[in-house]
Design a protein around this ligand. Structure first.
Ligand SMILES: NC(=O)c1ccc[n+]([C@@H]2O[C@H](COP(=O)([O-])OP(=O)(O)OC[C@H]3O[C@@H](n4cnc5c(N)ncnc54)[C@H](O)[C@@H]3O)[C@@H](O)[C@H]2O)c1
Length: 238
């Protein structure tokens, strides 16, 4: 697949705005879409101030920051995505709502475009099943907040092609991410491990093993630099 030049991001909330920022800072033309104009204007302000912060900390040059902002377009019109190379969906976590969007995106997007979802838990295979291009549908599970967190989980649906996987991995690496690849099973990798741990923390409290403060400190110790391996280590910049 040729080098990607443009992405669309649908949903301009916590995740979508961060993904759009990553795309713009890494040289892509970005359309950021939301059905809620207030969410779009909040996203535009937060991306602008985040890029200004990077410039003020000298993590990004003024010229790079200005051109990143110049590459970002915020709009409510899904049709604007007709020439995007990749469209990353980051809307509400509802299978029905996402399927409706994928159906629309399949009609609007160019035939070579990849349709990606940032879902934390919904089957990529089922989202792909409503499109005419299941080989070009994939999961891109960014961690929160996307500009900071280094890990990304790429999720292959049952029909995702190697070409789609390789192009998506290349895009994630361009964003400076560490890529892990999951097959399409419930919880993928990260949440499959995380959820039983959270559940066990409640049992640890319930059975009187420790106070909630000590359980929290034990669990969060890794974040405070006193624990073991942190697979979601923040990236040093962007
Ligand atoms: N927040 C997290 O920590 C996190 C981490 C990883 C993955 N995710 C996943 O990312 C996705 C987005 O999560 P978020 O926390 O950014 O949500 P959010 O509520 O902050 O943002 C969702 C945005 O989508 C917009 N939206 C809803 N339906 C739409 C539609 N049909 N068309 C266009 N815009 C629409 C909403 O107006 C809202 O602005 C979810 O699938 C979530 O599971 C979230």
């Amino acid at each position: 697949m040729a080098e990607m030049k443009s992405i669309g991001v649908v949903g301009s909330g916590q995740m979508g705005s961060g993904i759009a920022q990553l795309g713009a800072v890494h040289g892509l033309n970005v359309w950021l879409i939301d059905s809620d104009p207030l969410a779009l204007s909040r996203a535009s302000k937060s991306i602008t101030s985040s890029i200004q912060r990077l410039v003020s900390k000298a993590q990004l040059s003024l010229a790079a920051g200005t051109s990143a902002l110049g590459r970002l377009q915020c709009t409510a019109k899904l049709e604007e995505l007709c020439s995007a190379d990749v469209i990353i969906e980051a809307i509400v976590e509802s299978e029905d709502v996402k399927k409706k969007l994928f159906l629309e995106l399949d009609k609007i997007a160019k035939s070579t475009a990849i349709l990606a979802s940032n879902t934390s838990s919904i089957s990529i295979t089922r989202l792909a099943s409503v499109t005419s291009r299941p080989r070009q549908v994939i999961g891109m599970h960014f961690m929160n907040p996307p500009p900071i967190m280094k890990l990304i989980e790429i999720v292959r649906g049952a029909d995702t092609s190697d070409e789609t996987f390789n192009a998506t991995k290349t895009l994630a690496e361009r964003f400076g991410k560490t890529v892990i690849c999951s097959q399409d099973y419930s919880g993928f990798i990260v949440n499959r491990i995380l959820m039983p741990m959270i559940n066990e923390a409640f049992f640890t409290l319930y059975t009187g093993v420790a106070t909630k403060e000590d359980i929290d400190t034990g669990r969060l110790g890794r974040k405070r630099g006193i624990g073991v391996y942190d697979y979601r280590k923040p990236s040093p910049r962007l």
